[in-house]
Structure formats: structure tokens, C-alpha cells
Design a protein around this ligand. Structure first.
Ligand SMILES: [Zn+2]
Length: 133
């Protein structure tokens, strides 16, 4: 039975591929996953992985998200300590609840980009903290 693309409903049948390497990028981090197999649309290029390949590809993507979150957690903690702020004082400054920084720094929650951006600015210009507290 011919398989058709669920993305474009193109008339070209899906074409089999095996043992290919795919790169995944997230927030500047990259990972490659090799040995992937599945089907590719001849019209739009959409890829449908076989179940095992789909799980491996998704796991590699999840791993990148966790690595980026861990990297951001370390960065937030480093800057907060450099600024001499307790977790509670940092949360008072940026909102998000009294235990927000505890959660950010344990990787349980991702801070809003505005919080990360503010901390990166304060990392470069710590004297500006006086303007805020
Ligand atoms: Zn397609």
C-alpha cells in the first residue's frame, strides 16, 4: 500500500530512507543522531521516522532542552551570587514568586527571557543593580 505525506498530501509517494544522520539544534546547542530510518516525502521533504528512530530523535531533542536548561540554571545562579542577591531578593526583583529562583536554579522551571536578559545585563553592568533596589 502506498504511503502518502500527511504534511502536504503530495501525490509523490513517500520514499524509504535508512541509516541517515540528522542534526538537531536548540538554543545554539547541536546534537546529531545517526542510524535513523523512515520515510521522506518527495514533494515537501517532510520526514516520518520509524517508531524506534522517532523515539531516539525525540530523546535527543529532549536532552538538548535539558542541557540548555541546566546551562541557564548555572548562569542564573552564578550571576545572582555575583550580585550578592539571595534567591528571595532576586525573586522580589524579577517577580515570579518567592521560590522562583530556587526552581530556576534547580532546573525545575525556565525563567522568562526577560529575567535572563536582565541578569545578563546586570552581569555586565552590576552597578546598575543600585538603580533597581
Ligand atoms: Zn509532503
Amino acid at each position: 500500500m502506498a504511503r502518502h505525506c500527511l504534511n502536504c498530501e503530495g501525490r509523490d509517494d513517500l520514499r524509504r530512507f535508512d541509516d541517515e544522520t540528522f542534526a538537531i539544534e536548540h538554543a545554539g546547542l547541536t546534537a546529531t543522531v545517526d542510524g535513523l530510518s523512515g520515510w521522506r516525502c518527495g514533494t515537501c521533504g517532510e520526514v516520518e521516522f520509524d517508531p524506534v528512530s522517532a523515539r531516539r530523535y525525540a530523546a535527543a531533542g529532549d536532552d538538548l532542552v535539558l542541557r540548555e536548561r541546566a546551562r541557564q540554571s548555572r548562569e542564573i545562579r552564578r550571576i545572582r551570587r555575583k550580585l550578592g542577591l539571595s534567591q528571595i531578593a532576586a525573586a522580589r526583583l524579577t517577580g515570579g514568586g518567592h521560590n522562583a529562583f530556587s526552581r530556576y536554579e534547580r532546573g525545575e522551571a525556565a525563567p522568562l527571557p526577560a529575567v535572563v536578559n536582565l541578569f545578563r545585563l546586570l552581569d555586565k553592568h552590576p552597578e546598575l543593580l543600585r538603580e533597581l533596589v
